[in-house]
Design a protein around this ligand. Structure first.
Ligand code: NDP
Length: 298
């Protein structure tokens, strides 16, 4: 057993955002296009507010336009759908993101299905999910977190053909699209979930483990095949150790154990987390280019 390579998602994301900024400059100079991203937040969920603020800041940092719509928690579904339709027809808006979770009285599925699939930079619309499932990835908007994981894996491993990948978690926003992307990489993919009989045994066979469970340190070190690549999507805040303190952030993988066995592993924080926003910005550039019918700058 050795020490795993620690995959620096923060540095990778910075590089990616740098590339996006250069693309934005080129689009402005060559075509007079400034990509625009609209973010819609309903209510006052603390974590969502942090995410939305950070998205808007990073959007303007790469030279794109940021449109933020913050609506009160009691906003009706019809009102939200109207806003989405207005954004769909706004030529300055190339990407639309509705921050989840939405308040209970609003049907999230209906809201997502109202977003123009071409502007669905989160990649949650059924049309985009369908394109990903049928292998039409070049015409889809790909969900940001799984796409970020795929990029880290490509960077680490290169060709993934024939590798065994186990994804723990089957949510529509992480687990399922992750499985589709790794299938597109020609991995042999297993999706584990809460009804899987022996998750540890499934993981022990895997060359690649992606943990998206939402349970602190769920995946243990002795589940990892020596040399395997481990991608930890989880973001869990533990109880503060002292009253008034801020609890530690941990992933879905027991990092200290797993890094003794794995070949490479993402840390939390600083692994997958920073990739999500960077991919969101990249998706917005892609969306803007497709909408304008221009080639995406290199
Ligand atoms: P969900 O809660 O939607 O899905 C969790 C999945 O884990 C489900 O499929 C569930 O199975 C499975 N699961 C739960 N408990 C167990 C168990 N005991 N054994 C096996 N499987 C289990 O979570 P998300 O996919 O939205 O997110 C997963 C994690 O990733 C969270 O920690 C979240 O905070 C983080 N996250 C991070 C992002 C980022 O880095 N930017 C973005 C999005 C999420 P079942 O379907 O059977 O219930």
């Amino acid at each position: 057993a050795g020490q795993a390579t620690i995959i620096d998602g923060k540095a990778f994301a910075e590089k990616l955002r740098g590339g996006v900024a250069r693309q934005v400059d080129a689009l402005k100079a060559r075509h007079g296009i400034t990509p625009g991203l609209a973010v819609v937040l309903v209510g006052e969920d603390a974590a969502s507010q942090v995410y939305v603020r950070s998205k808007s800041k990073k959007t303007t940092e790469v030279g794109m336009q940021s449109f933020q719509h913050t609506l009160p928690v009691e906003t009706g579904e019809d009102e939200l759908l109207d806003l989405v339709r207005r954004l769909n027809s706004d030529p300055q808006v190339h990407g639309i993101l509705v921050q989840l979770p939405l308040p209970k009285h609003i049907d999230s599925e209906k809201v997502i299905d109202t977003i123009d699939p071409a502007k669905d930079v989160d990649g949650f619309h059924v049309v985009n999910a369908g394109r990903i499932a049928t292998g039409a990835l070049d015409r889809a908007m790909i969900p940001c977190t799984p796409r970020g994981c795929q990029m880290l894996l490509q960077d680490q491993l290169g060709d993934m053909s024939g590798k065994r990948a186990v994804i723990v978690g089957r949510s529509n926003i992480v687990g399922k699209p992750m499985a589709q992307l790794l299938l597109a990489e020609n991995c042999t993919v297993t999706i584990a979930h809460s009804r899987t009989r022996d998750i540890a045994a499934e993981c022990r066979d895997a060359d690649i483990v992606v943990a998206a469970v939402g349970k602190p340190e769920f995946v243990r070190g002795d589940w990892i095949k020596p040399g395997a690549t481990v991608i930890d999507v989880g973001i869990n805040r533990l109880e503060p150790e002292e009253p008034g303190g801020k609890g530690r952030l941990v992933g879905d993988v027991a990092f200290d154990e797993a890094k003794q066995v794995a070949g490479a592993i993402t840390p939390v924080p600083g692994g997958v987390g920073p990739m999500t926003i960077a991919v969101l910005l990249a998706n917005t550039v892609t969306a803007a280019c497709r909408q304008a019918g221009v080639e995406e700058p290199a």
